[in-house]
Design a protein around this ligand. Sequence first.
Ligand SMILES: *[C@@H]1O[C@H](CO)[C@@H](O)[C@H](O)[C@H]1NC(C)=O
Ligand SMILES: *[C@@H]1O[C@H](CO)[C@@H](O)[C@H](O)[C@H]1NC(C)=O
Ligand SMILES: *[C@@H]1O[C@H](CO)[C@@H](O)[C@H](O)[C@H]1NC(C)=O
Length: 335
Amino acid sequence: MHQPALLVVKALSSVVALGANIICNKIPGLAPRQRAICQSRPDAIIVVGEGAQLGINECQYQFRYGRWNCSALGERTVFGQELRVGSREAAFTYAITAAGVAHAITAACSQGNLSQCGCDREKQGYYNQEEGWKWGGCSADIKYGVEFSRRFVDAREIKKTTRRLMNLHNNEAGRKVLEERMKLECKCHGVSGSCTTKTCWTTLPKFREIGYILKDKYNEAVHVEVVRASRLRQPTFLKVKKTQGFRKPMETDLVYIERSPNYCEEDAATGSVGTQGRLCNRTSPHTDGCDLMCCGRGYNTHQYTKVWQCNCKFQWCCFVKCNTCSERTEVFTCK
Ligand SMILES: *[C@@H]1O[C@H](CO)[C@@H](O)[C@H](O)[C@H]1NC(C)=O
Ligand SMILES: *[C@@H]1O[C@H](CO)[C@@H](O)[C@H](O)[C@H]1NC(C)=O
Ligand SMILES: *[C@@H]1O[C@H](CO)[C@@H](O)[C@H](O)[C@H]1NC(C)=O
C-alpha cells in the first residue's frame, strides 16, 4: 500500500517521547491547524493515524471486488491518498476516515489511553425509569471522539470551494452514522443472575458495521450542486441536483459533485490506478468477474500447484504424521 504518511505516524508511536515539535513537523501533508493540534496533543495524533488506517482498511475490505479498490493516485496526506475527482468514491473515503478517527479516539478515551478524555460520566448514576435500569460502567464518550474528528479531520478543508462543502458534508455523514449506531450494553446484578438491579452503558459498534452502512450509502449517494448565495458568490451550500427549488441532502447521505471515472485504465488526472494486474474470477457475473474487472481487455491465466500438509494423525508417542496433499489451481489477472 502507498500510505507513507500513515506509516510515519505508526513508526512515531514508539518515539513519542522525542517531543511534539519533532514529530509533528515530520508528518507530511498536515494543514497548519492540524499541525497545531498535533503539537498540543501528540498522544492523540497517533490514535488519529490508527483511526485513519482503520477507515482505509475498511474501505479496502468493502471495495475488494470493485474496479476501484480504494487506492488512488494523488496527493499523499496523513489520510492516505486523496481522490482528485469529487466522485462518490471520494465521498466514501472521506466519510469512512472521519468515522474511523472518531471511533479510534473514542475507544482510546474509554481505555484510558488519552490524557484529556475518559468514560462519559454525564449520565452516571441516573435511572432510566421506564426500563428500570441505572447508568453505570464506562460509557464510550462518543461526543468527544466526534468533536475531535471534527476539529482535526475537517481542518484540512481550507480553500473555499465546492469540493470543500462536499468533503465537510461527507465527513459529517460518516460521524453521524457512527453516532447513530452506538450500542447499549447491560449487566445484571443480584443473586444468581436474578437481575434485581441492572446497569447499562453505551459502547462503540464494531467498525465493520459502519463500513457496511456507508457502503449502502455509497450505492445511494446523492448528486449535488452548489448554491452560491453570498454576496461574493462563494459556494454557500449544497442542494440536490435536478430538483425543483432547494432540497438539501439528508445529514447522513453521502454526496458527490462529479461523475465517477470507470477506473479501467490508469489515469493520473482522475486518480484511477486502473485494473491491470488485478485478480479476477472467471465465472463470476459480478464486478469481480474477469469481463467487468478487466474492462474487456482479457485476462492472463496463471497455473500453479498448491501443496499443503493434510490428514495429520497423532502417533504414539509422540509425533504427528501427515500426508502431503496437492491441487492444481488457476488464478486469473487482468491484462
Ligand atoms: C491503549 O493502549 C494499550 C497499551 O498501549 C494498547 O494495547 C491499546 O491498543 C490501546 N487502545 C486503543 C483503543 O488505542
Ligand atoms: C488495488 O489495485 C491496484 C491496481 O491493480 C493494486 O496495485 C493494489 O495492490 C490493489 N490494492 C488492494 C488493497 O488490493
Ligand atoms: C467465483 O465466482 C463464483 C460465482 O459467483 C463463485 O461461486 C466462486 O466461489 C468464485 N471463486 C472464487 C475463487 O472466488
